[in-house]
Design a protein around this ligand. Structure first.
Ligand code: GLA
Length: 388
């Protein structure tokens, strides 16, 4: 198999391949898809707003081969578990991780696509529960593979992203937006993407930060959207939109919200206030990036954190602490990234402050919480693809 990858993913590929040939004999085709970052635009996707994500160099990789049956046999290297299931609705596996793969197969079939039995081995280095969308990486890896293997790549890329999103909705209990699966499918090396989640129009932006670096600081507080109040946040937004007689909060202004203040709960008001502010912040950041105005980008990131913490209430003590330390260190911008309830902060740091910031935040966090955070430099990479 000929591939182009880094050393780390080479080792993963080898491990997957060894397991594949031990378990199933011979070799299959290798596919990968990526986790994502999001520069700004959090909880805006399901509100019809804008997001600004990019795929990263952390991937889920799978070796897959049709097996001439109607059964799927999958081995997860990281969990060291096998699952086997059929392709009908009643065949849903009991293993939570396998439901992502089952869901993708079912969603392809529901759209009139073909999925036949296959054998697969997969592994990944997208940290789980860190807000980097390991589940979207898994979904889009298999959606891409099912399209390539059984459907002559006839399913378009947006549909592949929607297959992943519907998998979350229908098989995993998370009523998510489209951002993660979109980023994972459309990701392009060295580019961020600004996506309008209502029209699904998007634009690639070359990811070039002059004199600055993006770094993720992972609190290692596990974030699980399945049982988190993520779905409740979405319901709040939908209630406010319904009250205003509009489809999503994309079309709401602060004046609209003030007008109905007495008719909605205080909690719903705060949720909508955050979303309306965030919508504008994404646009501000795009403009500011165009001018090379990183101070404004950073300021908006801090405002997002504040909103996610106080109004949307999806932060936690550890993430607020990381944000405070970033501010104390003079970091240009810092905020919770992803759905919240744990995971990472994303930080925009001047190059000469990078080392001192990483050292200080690591030490202070370890002193307070008894474990070091993980640090991931952001490397923007390709999304779903065939590797062999
Ligand atoms: C999770 C969801 C996304 C999005 C983010 C918050 O990652 O999967 O659809 O809503 O949270 O921006």
């Amino acid at each position: 198999m000929k591939t182009e990858q880094t050393e780390c993913s080479k080792a993963m590929e080898q491990k997957i391949h060894d397991e594949f040939s031990t378990r199933f004999g011979g070799e299959g085709t290798l596919y990968a898809s990526a986790g994502r970052i999001n520069l700004i635009g959090e909880h805006t996707d399901y509100n019809g707003g804008f997001v600004f994500p990019g795929a990263i160099d952390k991937v889920i990789m799978a070796e897959i081969r049709p097996n001439d049956s109607d059964r799927v046999r999958v081995y997860s290297v990281d969990i060291n578990e096998t699952a086997e299931f059929g392709l009908n609705e009643e065949d849903a596996p009991k293993e939570q991780w396998a439901r992502y793969i089952f869901g993708v197969c079912r969603e392809v079939i529901k759209r009139g696509g073909t999925v036949k039995g296959f054998d697969a081995v997969f592994a990944g280095n997208v940290p789980l529960g860190a807000g980097l969308s390991s589940s979207a990486a898994l979904e889009s890896c298999f959606a891409f593979a099912m399209n390539d293997m059984f459907n002559d790549n006839k399913i378009d890329k947006f549909e592949l992203a929607k297959i992943g999103q519907s998998t979350e909705h229908n098989y995993c209990g998370v009523n998510c937006g489209i951002m993660d699966q979109f980023a994972s499918v459309f990701g392009k090396k060295d580019c961020l993407m600004r996506l309008d989640c209502r029209s699904l129009e998007f634009e690639y932006f070359p990811f070039k930060l002059d004199g600055y670096t993006l770094v993720l600081v992972d609190s290692r507080v596990k974030h699980e959207l399945v049982d988190s109040p993520y779905n409740k946040r979405r319901q709040s937004c939908e209630r406010v939109a319904a009250k205003l007689g509009i489809e999503t909060l994309r079309d709401a202004t602060m004046e609209d919200l003030k007008r109905i203040e007495s008719e909605i709960s205080e909690e719903d008001y705060k949720r909508a206030e955050y979303v309306i502010g965030e919508k504008q912040r994404v646009l501000d950041v795009c403009d500011a990036l165009g001018r090379g105005d990183y101070e404004t980008v950073g300021e908006r990131m801090y405002q997002t954190h504040e909103g996610m913490s106080k109004l949307y209430e999806v932060s936690c003590e550890e993430l607020d602490f990381l944000n405070d330390v970033a501010r104390e260190c003079g970091v240009t911008g810092s905020r919770i990234m992803g759905g919240g309830f744990g995971g990472c902060t994303i930080n925009l740091v001047k190059n000469d402050l990078y080392e001192p910031f990483v050292n200080v935040v690591t030490k202070k966090f370890a002193d307070k919480y008894g474990h070091e955070p993980k640090i991931y430099p952001v490397i923007i990479s390709d999304g779903a693809r065939r590797l062999s």
